[in-house]
Write a protein that binds this ligand. Structure first.
Ligand code: ADP
Ligand code: ZN
Ligand code: ZN
Length: 819
């Protein structure tokens, strides 16, 4: 008789293969693609029970099986839908990872590991264990053990009755109601206690007004109350209305509010409330909405790039698109770069779609994540909103995937395999789902905009602000010509700050944190030292006293005087917000200056505290790094100053200009958000740099043309694909020799027309946690793709000589990180 075979991806098999296993007849009705199973895998001593995922089931296999499937989880209900299985396989293949690594990335922790579960006997079973139901020997054994011991973990049960078919038997017994199987989660840390406030009674519009009027004498309390009413919710946390628990006490004393202390683990509280106003869409918005909605209606795969300046109303396009998808009975995924930095976005989606939205938040604990995952999988919620991994949300029938701020590099997973780019996975998923993918950005990545110009994506443009605010005016201050009033502050910037303070307006000063990767710059003329071949910044190495290109390895002696102007004032850089703070304090002795950087915001909650202080106007100058660049919306800020706008330019990364352009426009967007017009001053050394010209004009398309030409000339994405292979280990000579050996193996198998190898060279951060790091770049030209099979063959040969314990090899396809 023919025997069913299931092909199974096995956890920790370190293999790309799916292995054949016999399907016992008891399981044949239950199993399908994506089911979680338990199998024995390994040789001899190392044979172990492993978690596996069914890739395929065949009625008659020709291969001889490795054994029998021991058990099935979840009654065989697939952990991943067929589309998600296919997506995981694509991810594993494209990003050169093991299939189980991709599958695990798509699952919440509770489904990855074998979670701790306890089995308890139901009371009813104590009275009358029905002989007929408990007919098999295994079930009888389980019941006997449980009658004796009442409560056991699954592990303990395994030891007593064996693991074979155990899960299935447990799930059947629990279905009948004899036992209960509970997942137990290890709580990370103690649950936090937090005061929850609620309104003592419901207030109508009229009574609301009355109440406000009765608080005539306390403007503060009235303001707070108005915010509470705007929330339109009975219960809330103080930070949801930007208040402290203490400041709400008077309202509690007056009997308007009541308070109780509750345990919280999911801070959905985000400190922002927006009153939902009625709006009429602009013509541009209408056009974009109608195009996207039509595409959703047609239910065929399509990718849009929504290029809209800050404040052009992109969020509304997302909302209308989601509305359409839901109308058709479909579901939607919204990806945001970092959920904690986009509280406004999250709260807006909640305001529109209420409980249909599930937020997948990295701050959630395992149990909350599992709960959210389940409610999406069961169709209770229709919209998944989250960062990178939300692209694998277990929704069925997806009609739309939104990728907000698609240019953000946080979409790329760089630390563990699979090193996937969530934007590109989103596009692939949309393809598999016959769905629409909507990418949005004020400053699209060069890759995406290029795809829009070639017709691969369809471009939608919002060129005007929708909220009626005037875009801020951006001006340059040329540091080498201007008089400085302190080492970092020019006279012009000083007077501009003073002007705002006189009007009691607020100022944000920004200092780029990234970009201090040991570059050298002339303080007189702004010259940056770049590699003539690779056009990226060279990095200074103190020990060898030379500059080195981290792409191709070229070195030059460290200069003593500037090669352009001869000045001896060369800047070997280090970050300096603290120093700037001191300068500012001297210039404005009576001002309270808020400094926000990694040093000052290390303590939990201090981030929010700073912002609140600024929001409440307790300080008028906010000095900060990247933290102040994103998502802040303070209507009283009328001036943004960038202390040294060149900094990002000197990063040894070919995306330096692109990232700087995007960052500066983002920072600039902090000025003049409301009715007051804002100004932005950039202090620069490289006055003539093209990037600033385009920033000044807020002219993305010309910036794109400029940047595209450079990429084409030198050969960077989107014109080539770029894969980084990183080697690391304790001994520098072994790592360096290993990397060279790997290169030689690759050279033997790669076609030189299509593949260019750069390096190996020490990584920019050459030593990390006592490990030496070298990197090798592979440029893939003419659309060539680095085949997984080829890399695996080379890895195999490499491993014959060098073990993982000596040299670790990590592959990063379409790398976003050149450091
Ligand atoms: P973006 O995401 O493109 O920066 P948002 O979607 O955040 O822009 O919109 C910016 C502001 O403009 C929001 O307060 C939004 O409610 C408002 N807005 C958007 N569209 C309109 C419109 N058609 N009329 C009035 N206000 C609008
Ligand atoms: Zn070079
Ligand atoms: Zn110079």
């Amino acid at each position: 008789m023919a025997q069913q075979l299931a092909y199974i991806f096995i956890e920790q098999s370190f293999s790309d293969r799916a292995y054949p296993y016999l399907v016992p007849s008891e399981f044949s009705e239950l199993l399908s693609v994506g089911s979680r199973v338990l199998v024995l895998f390994g040789k001899g001593e190392r044979k172990k029970e492993r978690l596996g995922f069914v890739k395929a089931i065949v009625e008659e296999g020709s291969e001889s099986p490795l054994g029998e499937i021991l058990d099935v989880f979840d009654d065989g209900k697939p952990a991943l839908s067929p589309v998600l299985m296919r997506l995981a396989e694509w991810v594993a293949d494209y990003y050169i990872a093991y299939p189980t690594e991709a599958i695990m990335a798509a699952l919440p922790a509770a489904m990855r590991i074998r979670p701790k579960e306890t089995v308890v006997l139901c009371e009813f079973a104590l009275l009358a264990p029905d002989e007929k139901i408990v007919k098999t020997e295994l079930r009888r054994n389980i019941m006997q053990v449980l009658l004796r011991e009442k409560k056991l973990t699954v592990k303990q049960l395994e030891r007593r009755v064996g693991s074979k078919h155990l899960r299935l038997a447990l799930s059947e017994l629990s279905r009948i109601g004899l036992i209960e199987v509970k997942k137990t989660f290890v709580q990370k840390g103690k649950p936090k206690l937090k005061p929850l406030f609620f309104l003592q009674q419901e207030f109508s519009q009229d009574t609301q007004a009355e109440l406000s009027a009765s608080l005539k004498r306390s403007a503060k309390q009235r303001q707070v109350l108005e915010k509470i009413f705007a929330l339109n919710r009975q219960k809330f946390f103080a930070d949801e209305i930007g208040a402290t628990p203490k400041s709400l006490q008077p309202l509690v004393s007056k009997g308007i509010l009541a308070m109780e202390v509750v345990e919280t683990t999911t801070p959905f509280a985000d400190g922002f409330v927006e009153v939902q106003k009625q709006i009429a869409y602009t013509a541009e918005q209408q056009q974009a909405i109608s195009k996207v909605q039509q595409a959703i209606l047609s239910q065929s795969f399509r990718t849009f790039l929504l290029h809209g300046i800050t404040g052009s109303g992109k969020t509304w396009i997302y909302i209308e698109a989601i509305r359409k998808a839901l109308e058709l009975g479909k579901t939607a995924i919204v990806l945001v770069p970092e959920i904690s930095l986009t509280p406004q976005t999250a709260s807006r989606f909640r305001a529109h779609f209420g409980d249909s939205v599930r937020v997948l938040h990295s701050a959630m604990n395992d149990s909350e994540k599992f709960e959210a995952w389940q409610s999406l999988k069961q169709g209770k919620a229709k919209i998944a909103l989250g960062a990178r991994s939300a692209v694998f949300a277990p929704l069925e029938n997806v009609g739309l995937i939104v990728v907000d701020e698609e240019h953000e590099s946080t979409y790329k997973q760089y630390d563990t395999a699979p090193r996937y780019h969530a934007r590109d996975v989103a596009i692939m998923r949309a393809k598999f789902e016959n769905a629409v993918c909507l990418l949005g950005s004020a400053t699209p990545s060069i890759e995406s905009y290029y795809n829009a110009t070639t017709g691969k994506y369809e471009l939608l443009t919002l060129s005007k602000r929708a909220d009626g605010a005037t875009p801020p005016e951006i001006k340059l201050i040329w540091l080498s010509r201007e008089k400085k009033i302190s080492p970092s502050i020019s006279e012009t910037l000083f007077f501009e700050i003073q002007k705002r303070l006189e009007k009691n307006e607020q100022v944000i000063l920004f200092q780029n944190r990234r970009g201090y990767a040991g570059s050298v710059q002339c303080n007189s003329c702004g010259t940056i030292y770049t590699c003539p071949a690779c056009q990226v910044t060279m990095v200074f190495h103190l020990k060898e006293n030379h500059l080195r290109c981290h792409y191709c390895g070229r070195t030059e002696d460290a200069p003593k005087t500037c090669k352009t102007c001869g000045s001896p004032e060369l800047l070997y850089k280090s970050s300096g917000t603290e120093k700037i703070e001191q300068e500012l304090q001297r210039l404005f002795p009576n001002e309270k200056i808020l400094r926000m950087d990694l040093d000052t915001t290390g303590k939990k909650g201090s981030h929010a505290k700073f912002l609140r202080e600024f929001q409440e106007g307790n300080a008028r100058i906010l000095l900060g790094t990247q933290m102040v660049a994103k998502g802040l919306d303070f209507p009283n800020v009328t001036l943004v100053g960038v202390i040294l706008a060149d900094i990002g330019l000197s990063l040894p990364d070919f995306r330096a200009s692109e990232r700087l352009y995007s960052l500066l426009l983002q920072v600039a967007g902090r000025a003049g958000r409301a009715q007051k017009k804002g100004d932005v001053y950039l202090q620069v050394l490289n006055f003539q740099n093209e990037v600033f010209r385009y920033v000044l004009q807020n002219d993305y398309t010309h910036f794109f043309e400029y940047e595209k030409n450079i990429r084409q000339m030198v050969g960077y994405p989107p014109f080539v694909r770029l894969t980084k292979i990183e080697f690391s280990g304790k001994s520098e000579s072994e790592v360096s020799a290993g990397a060279k050996g790997f290169r030689e193996l690759l050279e033997d198998v790669l076609n030189k027309e299509q593949f260019e190898l750069l390096g190996p060279v020490p990584a920019v951060i050459a030593k990390l946690k006592h490990n030496f790091r070298y990197q090798l770049l592979i440029k893939q030209k003419h659309g060539a793709r680095l085949a997984k099979q080829v890399v695996r063959t080379v890895e195999y040969q490499f491993r014959q000589r060098i073990p993982t314990s000596k040299v670790k090899v990590e592959i990063d396809v379409d790398t976003q990180s050149m450091m």
